[in-house]
Design a protein. Structure first.
Length: 346
């Protein structure tokens, strides 16, 4: 039996309550790995509500902020250091250490880097990652899309594993309501304002779910709130149950990203409901959306309006079937297990 440490970030609990796609993926991965015989230990905050064996005596940053309000800027680094000390004391208990956080784990692992795997859940085309990869050319990195892999140095590339989610979290919804949906952070990377304009131009109501981006709260107030109205409703953060209702009841998910999206978890959550996706041609989108099958890939607001006019041509049962074939946690776990075995055999 392969013994694997799954090391989560310390921002949110695992699984997350609302926002936190990384934490959702880590939980689903650990659960699916355990079902295929991998011994999984999760390193995650103490407020995590998981049945996976867990190490971690300190709460998430989100829990600390709820308790204390604004915290000192060094708190995230302190939480990371405390977690990595817990990992250091237990390194000899694992065959593979799979890290999903930021940078410091690479230095801690030392000679164990060759039997580690790092999944980066963020863009990798900026200076911080360039410095990181250059300093640790022996660190195996799993990309979450081919688009992301193209920005990772060849020396670090260990493979590509698309995200997956639990097969039964969302169910096929065959009879959608009139609205379209947007789910994501209220930020200029995700462009909820664009989603509202497109839906309005198409004559369709839109419901928006997601958190106001803590790093850019003015964006919501200045660019999104003025567009809200009877036909454009902001629901606030949505948990799994509310997300299932929102996505399952939608005629389509609008995904008008304005950045090199490394994956885009909400796209496969929509597909799990049978809801097609109208997504902008950036980052991983051409890998996730099968144009004309699970949605439409567009390059402008006008193209998105046209796509919404054609959305009824797509078979929602087929959208769900493509999710089951490509984006379940079971498939994700099998892909990662293959990478673990390759690293151990090298």
């Amino acid at each position: 039996m392969i013994r694997v440490a799954q090391v989560a970030p310390n921002i949110f609990p695992v699984p997350p309550e609302h926002h936190g796609g990384t934490e959702r993926v880590i939980h689903d991965l650990g659960t699916a790995l355990r079902l295929i015989g991998v011994e999984v230990t999760l390193f995650a905050p103490s407020d995590s509500a998981t049945d996976l064996p867990r190490v971690g005596n300190h709460p998430s940053l989100a829990a600390l902020e709820r308790r204390h309000g604004r915290v000192a800027p060094g708190v995230p680094a302190a939480l990371d250091a405390l977690q990595l000390e817990a990992l250091r004391l237990r390194l000899d208990q694992f065959d593979i250490v799979h890290c999903h956080g930021e940078f410091a784990h690479a230095a801690l692992l030392g000679a164990r880097r060759r039997h580690s795997l790092t999944t980066v859940h963020w863009r990798v085309d900026e200076l911080d990652r360039a410095l990181f990869f250059a300093g640790f050319p022996d660190l195996p990195v799993a990309a979450i899309s081919a688009a992301q892999a193209a920005e990772i140095p060849a020396a670090n590339r260990a493979g590509i594993v698309h995200h997956g989610i639990a097969r039964d979290r969302y169910a096929l919804s065959r009879r959608p309501e009139a609205h379209v949906a947007f789910v994501g952070r209220m930020t200029d990377q995700k462009r909820p304002d664009t989603a509202i304009r497109v839906a309005r131009a198409a004559g369709l109501p839109i419901r928006l779910g997601g958190t106001v981006d803590v790093g850019n709260p003015d964006y919501f107030e200045q660019r999104v709130r003025p567009l809200l109205g009877d036909d454009a409703t902001y629901l606030g953060p949505v948990d799994d149950r509310r997300k299932a209702d929102l996505l399952g009841g939608a005629r389509a998910l609008l995904f008008p990203i304005d950045w090199p999206e490394p994956f885009g978890l909400v796209m496969i959550e929509a597909m799990a409901c049978g809801t097609p996706v109208v997504a902008w041609n950036r980052g991983s989108v051409p890998e996730i959306v099968e144009d004309g099958v699970t949605g439409f890939i567009v390059s402008s607001e006008a193209e998105a309006v046209t796509a919404l006019g054609r959305i009824g041509q797509l078979d929602r049962a087929r959208v769900r079937a493509r999710f089951e074939a490509r984006f379940t946690a079971d498939r994700m776990a099998a892909d990662y297990l293959a990478l673990y075995r390759r690293l151990l055999a090298a």
